[in-house]
Design a protein around this ligand. Structure first.
Ligand code: COA
Length: 364
């Protein structure tokens, strides 16, 4: 049977950097609290969010500023200058350049995001337009922070069966447009941020070491209410009520401690499952590329399984939690820094809302 491999990667994060100190100017938080609880020092956000945060920091009455913002938008403008598909487009350009390909060389696009450009269609359609593609098939998945592993597993199946040869897999998020930057929203808004990561998946040659080995995917819907955003889905009725949802309901909700405990448990389980399926030992893995949700979650997994820190590189300090984008961003950055060599064994694992989680094992 054909095997698939990742040929090229790309990433994009917006230029604007939001430090913990800037967040402390708009809500009751501190650099110390955020750093100790999550390991995050700064994150990237779209220009709209950055402009909003700097205006909010300077506003004498922050509640009044937020109310005006919700009623009229930034400087009287409703609508973002940069969306999920824009970030995805920028990451795609880098991956295409690395692969020496044009958009027309892609047989399929699988994009995964929590935050789509629109309610419908999915952001993959918006991206296809930006890439000038008029008949290439696309999927948009919403598997939360685990999305990239899910999407990669799908790309692998299409290549194994021979249906497609060149699949673009993307995790892209504009999460900063979802959260409320206030005392009410501080539990989540300090953690999440914007970014995109891309991978181009193609068939591996028979004699080369590179290739995707296996994927292990799970969902536990019974814990859905521990991390979710319900206000703009079909559960909100009648339709007109969506426009009048009070800000408390409009915010996503998270039971932080329950999410933390589940994440550590599920990561450990799926790593073991992945290694057992391939009859491999933990110390054979050269690189663990974990979803960047929280440095403490990663440390807890590494400590309990005995993974040395140099095998579990992290970049959450710079980017925060970029949800579906975090694993491909980490993969691209780790590759760019020359940490991964041809033939190295890499384990990708992610966990998030749903709860969805999964792992992929591959030889680079
Ligand atoms: N700044 C300052 N204080 C904050 C805060 C912020 N940004 N957010 C919450 N707090 C407060 C809480 O209101 C609470 O105050 P109280 O004791 O007066 O009620 C206090 O800090 C402690 O909250 P708690 O929830 O007990 O903190 P914690 O140690 O569990 O850390 C998280 C909170 C969210 C950082 C942690 O639970 C976590 O990382 N969970 C996993 C989240 C995650 O990874 N989600 C994404 C998965 S894909």
């Amino acid at each position: 049977m054909r095997r698939a491999k990742i040929l090229a990667t790309g990433m994009y994060v917006p230029d604007d950097v939001v430090t913990n100190d800037l967040l402390a100017q708009v809500m009751d938080t501190s650099d110390e609290w955020i750093t100790q609880r999550s390991g995050i020092k700064e994150r990237r956000v779209i220009p709209d969010t950055y402009r909003m945060l700097t205006q909010l920091a300077a506003a004498p009455d922050k509640e009044a500023y937020l109310q005006t913002l919700y009623d009229t938008g930034i400087d009287g403008r409703i609508g973002a200058q940069m969306s999920t598909a824009d970030l995805a487009f920028n990451a795609t350009q880098i991956a295409l350049r690395q692969a020496n390909m044009k958009p027309q060389d892609l047989d399929l696009i699988i994009q995964t995001s929590v935050m789509s450009d629109y309610v419908f269609p999915g952001s993959a359609c918006v991206l296809a337009d930006k890439l000038g593609l008029t008949s290439t098939p696309t999927f948009s998945l919403n598997q939360g922070c685990a999305g990239f592993v899910y999407a990669l597993s799908m790309a692998d199946q299409y290549i194994k069966t021979g249906m497609y040869d060149t699949v673009l897999v993307l995790g892209a998020e504009v999460l900063s447009s979802l959260f409320e930057y206030s005392d009410r929203g501080r539990d989540m808004s300090v953690l999440f941020a914007d970014g995109a990561g891309a991978a181009i998946v193609v068939p591996a040659e028979d004699d080369e070491p590179s290739g995707l080995l296996s994927h292990h995917l799970h969902t536990d819907g019974t814990l859905l209410d521990k991390l979710y955003a319900d206000s703009f889905g079909s559960s909100t009725f009648p339709p007109a009520a969506k426009a009048r949802i009070d800000t408390d309901r409009a915010r996503p909700r998270m039971a932080g401690r329950a999410v933390f405990a589940q994440a550590v448990r599920r990561f450990r389980e799926v790593i073991r499952e992945c290694l057992e399926a391939n009859k491999m030992q933990l110390d054979e893995v050269d690189h663990f590329l974990f979803h960047q949700a929280n440095q403490r979650i990663i440390d807890a997994i590494a400590d309990s399984l005995g993974i040395p820190s140099e095998k579990a590189y992290t970049n959450i300090r710079k980017y925060g939690n970029t949800s579906a984008a975090s694993v491909p961003i980490l993969l691209h950055e780790t590759l760019q820094e020359g940490r991964i060599q041809r033939g190295d064994l890499c384990l990708l694992a992610a966990f998030g809302t749903g709860f969805n989680w999964g792992a992929s094992l591959l030889y680079w």
